[in-house]
Ligand binder design. Structure first.
Ligand code: GLV
Ligand code: MN
Ligand code: MN
Length: 406
């Protein structure tokens, strides 16, 4: 009989093999692999005796009854989607570690006083639509029209994707109202190097940095690559290159501001045509909202100047703004107590990465636990967390769950 940790390690590998590409790991919102992973996760929840359901967008929920079924539930969870060419721990580990903690608790015949709802969110990364947190946003209320009209790189709107590609059979909306839950806890890999440098296996999170995502489109004029003198061109791609370098310079001058251009598409995209349009993404983050907002304004000024000088049209399209979110002090203190009991540490660090807790914080207190990952590497196929550290994370989570009173 495998231990819960052994089962967890095998499940990380199993989910890590479910991909839309034969060459690397990728599972984006509503992709075939994402839904396959969601179905497998639902099966694991069912095997544990949970009452399971799924939403049309592919978010899965397992409910473990507590001794008082009317008590507000505790939410646990993470996301099942990945970035492109991802590692297998970001997201998946939080769901699998929670399953392992619950499996251990059930094996001991320990009954929690409140129900636990384990959530596997369909989208946190926002890779397909550039919109983060689709899974968690959908459980606190309907998605707004602007989000539903967001298009993927094939021009498919989010609304059409859910209608045509969603997991509809037996689906039920999964929804929570403010005040309905006692809290939300997520275990995640750190995705940075603080734990490794401090030789700590785990820590608790103080808060999650704010982030803005934008779509930028520069439009010039397509023309002949052989006959158009350099001075007469309206080249959208060289304009985009200048904007991207300006963004990098701005961020370098204002640490801990970070700005990333992770995706660019040009049209028409031929070696002998001058690019007519260049569309690229901006991901801009800062722990302080006021400095994130002033950096956005500065970037807008700089892109406007570059576009004007190059006689290009600039479309500046904000996709999403998420403010920085502090974790809940009371829940965080309780998680810190469990961290200290298991590891002796009381390390508390901020998260530069985004997490579903940003959205859950609108309806209930949130807290997060980070597990060390090798070289702090994430969003990369070499992402790795050791079995010992994962085991430690499961122990902390188990201790936390067992020490909660009604
Ligand atoms: C998710 O990993 C994010 O921070 O973008
Ligand atoms: Mn994640
Ligand atoms: Mn991620």
């Amino acid at each position: 009989m495998p231990t819960p940790l052994q089962t967890a390690l095998s499940r990380i590998d199993q989910l890590g093999r479910i991909s839309d590409s034969p060459s690397f790991l990728v599972r984006t919102f509503l992709s075939p692999a994402n839904l396959t992973a969601a179905r497998l996760t639902r099966q694991w929840m069912e095997d544990l005796g949970m009452q399971v359901s799924h939403a049309p967008d592919g978010t899965v929920r397992g409910i473990l009854a507590g001794s008082d079924s009317s008590a507000p539930p505790l939410l646990l969870g993470s996301h099942i989607d990945t970035v492109i060419d991802a590692g297998k721990y970001d997201g998946a580990l939080g769901i699998i570690a929670a399953l392992a903690a619950l499996e251990g608790i059930l094996a001991e015949k320990f009954t929690l006083p409140f129900p636990v709802h384990l959530l596997a969110f369909s989208d946190e990364e926002g890779t397909r639509f550039q919109t983060t947190y689709l899974g968690s946003r959908s459980i606190i209320g309907p998605l707004d029209q602007k989000t539903l009209q967001a298009k993927d790189s094939h021009g498919i709107t989010l609304a059409a994707a859910i209608a045509q590609e969603g997991w509809h059979g037996d689906s039920v909306p999964i929804r929570y109202s403010p005040g309905e839950c006692r809290g939300y806890i997520e275990l995640h890999i750190e995705q940075g190097r603080v734990l490794e440098e401090g030789a700590e296996p785990a820590c608790v999170v103080s808060g999650i940095a704010g982030q803005s995502r934008l779509s930028i489109i520069l439009t010039g004029r397509a023309d002949h690559a052989g006959t158009t003198p350099m001075a007469l061109r309206h080249d959208a791609l060289t304009g985009a290159a200048e904007c991207i370098l300006a963004a990098e310079s701005l961020a370098r001058l204002q640490p801990p501001l970070v700005i990333t251009v992770g995706k660019i598409q040009i049209h028409p995209g031929a070696s002998n045509s001058i690019p007519q349009s260049a569309a690229f993404t901006i991901d801009l983050r800062h722990p302080l909202d006021s400095l994130r907002e002033s950096a956005l304004a500065e970037l807008h000024r700089s892109f406007s100047e570059i576009s004007a000088q190059r006689r290009l049209t600039l479309d500046w399209l904000p996709v999403q703004d998420n403010p920085a979110i502090p974790c809940d002090p009371t829940l965080t203190k309780k998680l810190l107590q469990s961290l200290t009991v298991i590891t002796g540490s009381s390390a508390l660090i901020p998260s530069g990465a985004g997490h579903d807790g940003v959205i859950l914080s609108k309806i209930c207190p949130i807290a997060m636990l980070f597990i060390r990952c090798r070289d702090g590497l994430s969003h990369h196929p070499d992402e790795y967390a050791s079995p010992e550290d994962i085991g430690c994370g499961i122990e902390i989570l188990t201790h936390f769950l067992k020490s909660q009173k009604l």
